[in-house]
Design a binder for this molecule. Structure first.
Ligand code: FAD
Ligand code: NAI
Length: 464
């Protein structure tokens, strides 16, 4: 069978690309080796993790926060099986929704593993049966997989990747998280809220690497106060299985040896591009040292007619980045001017409080010798935050000292995963701090914190 566009992988990069290609009138197919559509994000990533984060926040709210408002919830209990069932229900609804979108857009879905036989020809294998699918243009969107530590191989039972940590059948008494990045902080929060004693072991001297240092420090302070333990500047060096627990050995940067007894280990030390079994060597697609597929501005690989997007190429491993690249790549294929603005891709950590960032950090601007002004405003001075008793955190805006153009926005606090989008839009349009400061913001809203931070860039916040 032959198509204008064949997409390999139905994650957020691949399925969105397939829908956009079909909208553009291209005869489109999508090959997915999993039994459902949606890739990492919908099946074992963004969606199940955010569902568990919400569920455990509800538990935490009922147990610790509602009483302040005179809402007395006694004997709040966890039914873990029911929580997991709800998570599965959300995932199933969303993944089958994509199957519906494929039908609506007349995209042919091939179930099976794709392998390049030639630049425009793929074999698709499922249960030992093979068929050939041809495409004028082939788009690789095969995503990424968790990095494994040699001495800590995943068994997805006791030593788990994020996939195993999304499906524990019992609440572990002790959970050791290796890696204080996004997954470690989000899933560490989930199990900590459910009662696990969580210890995060991080190689660097900070958590949330890549995020503004001030945000990371604030988050660390809050998470410690909430009961998580952190062992920073520490490298895990080995593991021994005992009868009913695991002992991890580690070494600090100063050379001090430590050991940690634990019941489960979550290894989340990053993800790597996934190209196994794709047969890239058959057609000579060039990759970089980290195993990412090299592409040009049009998402073309070194082989004409073959394109790549999402986690399998350079850049932040984020669903929205993959989606935008998927759209841009097929628009280019269709002769249109698809484009991704890499300067304004928000990054969000869905802990509580949430953390969100877009654009440059102060550290980056210092390194680039750019003069800037900072405006900061705390949620504790925002009336809506007071109404809902969520006054932790702040909004910090960074503007060019000369032009006032917004260069970065860094937020920690309630619902900042949503608030950041105002700043993403302003930055997309090249807006200034003054533009935000002079925009009417509804009252009382958390968004007023953004406006006050913009006023603070010019030293004129009202409520502090
Ligand atoms: P993927 O989603 O990985 O999809 C690739 C697909 O290709 C898979 O379905 C795979 O089965 C298929 N495939 C691979 N090889 C073949 C082959 N040879 N033949 C056929 N099919 C193949 N990002 C966010 O933006 N927000 C979040 O909140 C967030 N939370 C996350 C939480 C967790 C626990 C994890 C692990 C990730 C999270 N991410 C989040 C990251 C996000 O999931 C990824 O950035 C995103 O899924 C990448 O999309 P993709 O389309 O490039 O690849
Ligand atoms: P990460 O890159 O965010 O963090 C990995 C951490 O592990 C780093 O801090 C690193 O210093 C540390 N580390 C590396 N080797 C180590 C070792 N041997 N011992 C101790 N620490 C070590 O990677 P993570 O958390 O695995 O997430 C993978 C990707 O998934 C991220 O790139 C992220 O973009 C994406 N993701 C996004 C989410 C979101 O947008 N909310 C949620 C979850 C994942």
């Amino acid at each position: 069978m032959s198509f204008d566009v064949v997409v390999i992988g139905a994650g957020p990069g691949g399925y969105v690309a397939a829908i956009r290609a079909a909208q553009l009138g291209l005869k489109t197919a999508c090959i997915e080796k999993g039994s459902t559509l949606g890739g990492t994000c919908l099946n074992v990533g963004c969606i199940p993790s955010k569902t568990l984060l919400h569920a455990t926040e509800l538990f935490h709210t009922a147990s610790h926060k509602m009483g302040d408002f005179g809402v007395m919830a006694k004997d709040v209990e966890i039914d873990l099986a029911k929580m997991m069932h709800k998570k599965e229900e959300v995932v199933t609804n969303l993944t089958s929704g994509i199957a519906g979108l494929f039908k609506k857009n007349k995209i042919q879905w091939f179930e099976g593993t794709a392998k390049f036989e030639a630049a425009n020809k793929l074999s698709v294998v499922k249960d030992g049966e093979s068929q050939i699918v041809e495409g004028k243009h082939i788009l690789i969107a095969t995503g990424s997989a968790p990095i494994e530590l040699q001495f800590l191989p995943f068994d997805e039972k006791d030593v788990v990747s994020s996939t195993g940590a999304l499906s524990f059948t019992e609440i572990p008494k002790r959970l050791t998280v290796i890696g204080g990045g996004v997954i470690g902080l989000e899933l560490g929060s989930v199990w900590s809220r459910l009662g696990s004693q969580v210890t995060v072991i991080e190689f660097l001297d900070r958590i949330a690497v890549g995020m503004d240092t001030e945000l990371a420090k604030e988050l660390l302070k809050i998470m410690k106060r909430d009961g998580l333990k952190f062992e920073l500047s520490t490298k895990v060096t080995g593991m021994a299985r005992q009868e009913d627990h695991i002992v991890l050995t580690a070494e600090t940067m100063e050379g001090e040896k430590k050991s940690f007894e634990t019941d489960k280990v979550l290894v989340c030390v990053g993800r790597k591009p996934y190209t196994r079994g794709l047969g890239l060597e058959n057609i000579g697609v060039e990759m970089d040292k980290k195993g990412r597929i090299n592409v040009n501005d049009h998402y073309q690989t070194s082989v004409p007619g073959v394109y790549a997007i999402g986690d399998v190429i350079d850049g932040p491993m984020l669903a929205h980045k993959a989606e935008e690249e998927g759209i841009a790549a097929v628009e280019r294929i269709a002769g249109k001017a698809g484009h991704v603005n890499y300067n304004v891709i928000p990054g969000i950590i869905y802990t509580w409080p949430e953390v969100a960032s877009v654009g440059k950090t102060e550290d980056e601007l210092k390194a680039e010798n750019v003069a800037y002004n900072v405006g900061k405003f705390p949620f504790k001075a925002n009336s809506r935050a007071r109404c809902v008793n969520e006054s932790q955190g702040f909004v910090k805006l960074i503007a060019d000292a000369e032009t006032d153009r917004l260069l970065g926005a860094h937020l920690i606090g309630p619902n900042v995963s949503e608030l950041v989008q105002e700043l993403v839009s302003v930055m997309e349009f090249g807006g200034s701090a003054e533009d935000v400061a002079r925009t009417v913001h509804g009252h009382p809203t958390l968004f007023e914190t953004v406006k006050e931070a913009a006023l603070a860039v010019d030293g004129r916040p009202i409520h502090i």
